[in-house]
Design a protein around this ligand. Structure first.
Ligand SMILES: CC(C)(COP(=O)(O)OP(=O)(O)OC[C@H]1O[C@@H](n2cnc3c(N)ncnc32)[C@H](O)[C@@H]1OP(=O)(O)O)[C@@H](O)C(=O)NCCC(=O)NCCS
Length: 413
């Protein structure tokens, strides 16, 4: 496909020049206008690595005179469409867009939108019902492109919480909380029973759990009720803390790609330098140090986070500390941060329990969605009934409570 002097074509993995040029483009692209710290991704010589674990994936490049000036990645998977009832458990195909980059000198020439449209065509040819993407609230270029230009709808807000791996383990209160690792089959059964109504819950959850990047699944419950006032051991609906539990799984994203701090605001630099100095002068204080994020580092991604019952947010907090301590002990993974994404505004209590650094985290990750039915309708036929049905679905999806839990697939991080 050619337009305005650019050609859009598939990324050729076997071509060394494609690989080198895409990696160079990634290095040159800052994402958004964040006033917070800015992280670059280092794909370890494999630019397509972020989607390689998805059931179906594609990478496109925009080229001008043999120079790669834009890139986009997409993956396809089947998820449960839970906003739609009945029938329960309806499965839809979702295309996920990520890694859109256009070289700075070539921006505002229609390359970004051209790449998205071309990826949507690939989705359509594979019977995808909806496509979605996520971007930070302050990435105006991206939001304008998807919402104003390409008619995506913002439908959820996620919160990405980042916790640096400290130089000291968290103290785990093992007399109060019990943490147990689950087998893959046990984890699958629990997720299917309790999370199947979660938005974007993947049909192939088992494939995620048994992927070599999945480090395990843990559940936590209270051995004893939390030591608060006696009345607080019973929840609003009469449940006791004995029924409370939480579950998380862990994904070794650092095995696929690394992150590196591109730039950091001045207060961050001052803060980290003073911590180092304090540690040097008063080693007995066991000052908590921040890792050197300017060198490429790995991270663990917490997925499949779910909790039920009174005070179960505390159980999630305990699980996050537990996986932090695991990261500290597994030095071979070079894991320097634990990343968790939670959804919605209701999660304030949960956010407080999950250890994270505000400066590294993003509290407003906008999820946008588009039904491809209208595009298919234009392309192929005038199947009005189905078209109405899809508009109805997307309305249900966008009108459903923003507090619904979102399953963030670790294969698309
Ligand atoms: C976002 C990005 C891919 C846009 O690429 P692009 O080739 O410039 O996009 P297009 O030329 O197709 O722009 C289409 C529309 O998007 C909107 N848009 C694009 N860049 C914009 C900007 N900097 N500010 C405001 N709106 C912008 C405009 O509505 C534009 O239409 P117009 O030029 O007719 O006004 C590019 O800026 C980029 O690579 N940014 C860094 C990486 C990034 O943030 N990626 C998105 C992650 S999801």
């Amino acid at each position: 496909m050619g337009f305005k002097g650019f050609v859009i074509r598939s990324y050729e993995e076997s071509q060394l020049s494609d690989k080198a040029q895409v990696m160079d483009l990634e290095r040159r692209c800052e994402i958004g206008q964040s006033k917070r710290v800015f992280l670059f991704t280092d794909t370890l010589g494999d630019p397509i690595c972020r989607i390689r674990n998805s059931p179906m994936y594609k990478m496109l490049v925009a080229e001008r005179d043999k120079e790669v000036v834009g890139v986009i990645q997409g993956s396809i998977k089947a998820v449960f469409f839970t906003a739609h009832k009945p029938p329960p458990g309806l499965v839809v195909k979702v295309g996920y867009i990520l890694g859109l980059r256009v070289a700075p000198p070539y921006r505002r020439r229609g390359i970004g939108s051209g790449l998205v449209r071309r990826l949507e065509d690939w989705f359509l040819s594979n019977d995808v019902d909806y496509c979605c993407m996520a971007t930070e609230k302050d990435n105006h270029a991206s939001l304008n492109l998807f919402i104003n230009n390409l008619r995506y709808i913002k439908f959820r807000t996620g919160r990405i919480l980042v916790n640096p791996v400290r130089n000291h383990p968290y103290n785990m209160n093992s007399s109060e909380i019990n943490i147990q690792e689950l087998k893959i089959e046990e984890a699958e059964a629990i997720y299917k029973k309790h999370m199947a109504s979660t938005e974007f819950f993947p049909k192939d959850i088992k494939n995620i759990l048994k992927n070599k990047l999945s480090l395990g699944t843990w559940v936590a419950n209270f051995k004893q009720p939390p030591r608060l006032s006696s009345s607080t051991t019973v929840g609003g609906n009469g449940q006791t803390t004995a029924s409370s539990w939480a579950i998380v799984s862990l994904w070794n994203s650092g095995e696929v790609f690394k992150l590196r701090l591109g730039k950091a605001p001045f207060p961050w630099l001052i803060y980290t330098k003073s911590l180092k100095l304090m540690d040097k002068i008063f080693p007995c204080f066991k000052v908590v140090l921040v890792p050197n994020f300017f060198k490429p580092f790995g991270f663990y991604f917490v997925y499949g986070l779910h909790h039920e019952g009174p005070f179960s947010e505390r159980l999630v907090g305990a699980l996050c500390k537990y996986v932090h301590n695991m990261a500290l002990n597994n030095s071979k993974d070079n894991c320097k941060a634990i990343v968790t994404e939670i959804g919605g505004d209701e999660d304030d209590g949960l956010k407080m329990e999950i250890p994270h650094w505000k400066l590294l985290s993003c509290y407003e990750d906008f999820w946008c969605i588009k039904s491809l039915k209208s595009k298919r309708h234009n392309n192929i036929s005038n199947d009005n009934d189905n078209d109405n049905d899809h508009s109805h679905h997307i309305l249900e999806w966008t009108n459903a409570s923003p507090n619904r839990t979102l399953f963030v697939d670790p294969r698309e991080v």
